[in-house]
Design a protein around this ligand. Structure first.
Ligand SMILES: [Zn+2]
Length: 337
């Protein structure tokens, strides 16, 4: 085989294989037809059309290639449910925001000893990049550091080896690659697309949806307290669960449960305004009731009730992880910001 060229091969393929390929590429079309039927119902359009739920730009069959299948919960977090969004919204917002949600969850894994933390060893001899692996148990358990050879100055690594002895102190700088504000927007986006998946354009074209869309842009300050950890009493068997509900003093809203899988499985809940929209800040009041708040729902395809408890923001768990793992017990009264 020539070394300088990409290998090519010609083969005869059995029709059954091709049928399978047709099915795969058709998934977008199937979603298109589903959404088009719903759009027609809500907008009384004569043409077969859909609108991107995130920017409301309309697309017809001729430009279906501008639409992309998007995982509502990022696939890197085990998400399977899909909807259609336009290429621009998927590429810009999707990758811009989702990595922050993914990396927050990976940081929580790290505090539980289930994943690495990107670290650099502070040395005056040159750059040393490492991965820090915490034990799963007590804070006193040894911490492992893996030097990433390719990304480190070998002279500095050699120097580090020579000074390593009992009583030596390493200065580490840890990097947690997420921006809290963007993780909140990523959670809103996933919750918004979840409600769209379940309620369709009746929701996407509503006042409440408009409020969420505005919040997804960067101009509106984010309401971080409507994203909380959630603790369903059992796995709901789906990556997203949309629960329309109402509170006497707050009115109608949606509670969306998202299952996020990394090395661990966690759940977060996001509270979004109902279709009629409202002063969204009122939803933040829920946060203060969170430990006492409990929702009861019956997931589709199930006969039995599911109870969900709520907790603090995942950022609180992150800060606690940082504090528990790196601040000696005798200094625990220190506050980590
Ligand atoms: Zn769009």
């Amino acid at each position: 085989m020539p070394l300088q060229r990409e290998p090519t091969w010609q083969a005869d393929v059995h029709p059954s294989k091709i049928l399978k390929m047709v099915y795969r590429t058709d998934k977008r079309n199937r979603l298109f037809w589903e959404l088009a039927a719903d759009y027609k119902k809500n907008c009384a359009k004569t043409e077969t059309m859909v609108a991107c739920p995130l920017c409301l730009t309309e697309y017809n069959l001729a430009n279906v290639a501008e639409l992309t299948r998007e995982h509502i919960v990022p696939s890197k977090l085990g998400g399977r449910s899909e909807t259609l969004t336009c290429r621009k919204c998927n590429n810009n917002q999707g990758s811009y925001l989702d990595s922050h949600l993914i990396n927050l969850m990976k940081s929580l894994d790290a505090f539980e000893g289930a994943g690495p933390i990107r670290t650099s060893v502070i040395s005056d001899k040159g750059k040393i990049t490492a991965e820090l692996l915490l034990g799963a148990g007590t804070p006193d358990e040894p911490i492992a550091i893996q030097i990433v050879g390719q990304a480190s100055n070998m002279g500095a690594v050699e120097n580090l080896r020579s000074i390593m002895c009992d009583g030596a102190t390493l200065k580490l700088k840890m990097k947690f690659p997420f921006i809290p504000e963007r993780y909140v927007r990523a959670a809103f986006r996933a919750a918004f697309l979840s409600v769209f998946k379940v309620e369709g354009y009746e929701y996407a074209l509503s006042l409440g949806a408009e409020q969420v869309r505005n919040m997804l842009g960067t101009a509106t300050p984010v309401l971080k307290n409507v994203v909380m950890e959630a603790f369903p009493e059992r796995d709901p068997g789906t990556d997203l669960l949309v629960m329309p509900a109402s509170f006497t003093d707050i009115g109608e809203y949606y509670a969306v449960l998202l299952r996020l899988e990394t090395k661990r499985t966690r759940f977060i809940s996001v509270f979004l305004p109902g279709k009629h929209g409202r002063d969204w800040t009122a939803l933040e009041a829920l946060y203060h009731q969170a430990p006492r708040l409990r929702l009861e729902t019956t997931p589709g395809g199930s006969n039995s009730k599911l109870y969900i408890r709520f907790g603090c923001s995942p950022m609180v768990r992150f800060q606690k992880g940082l504090q528990d793992r790196f601040i000696p017990a005798s200094h625990r009264s220190l506050k980590v910001d």
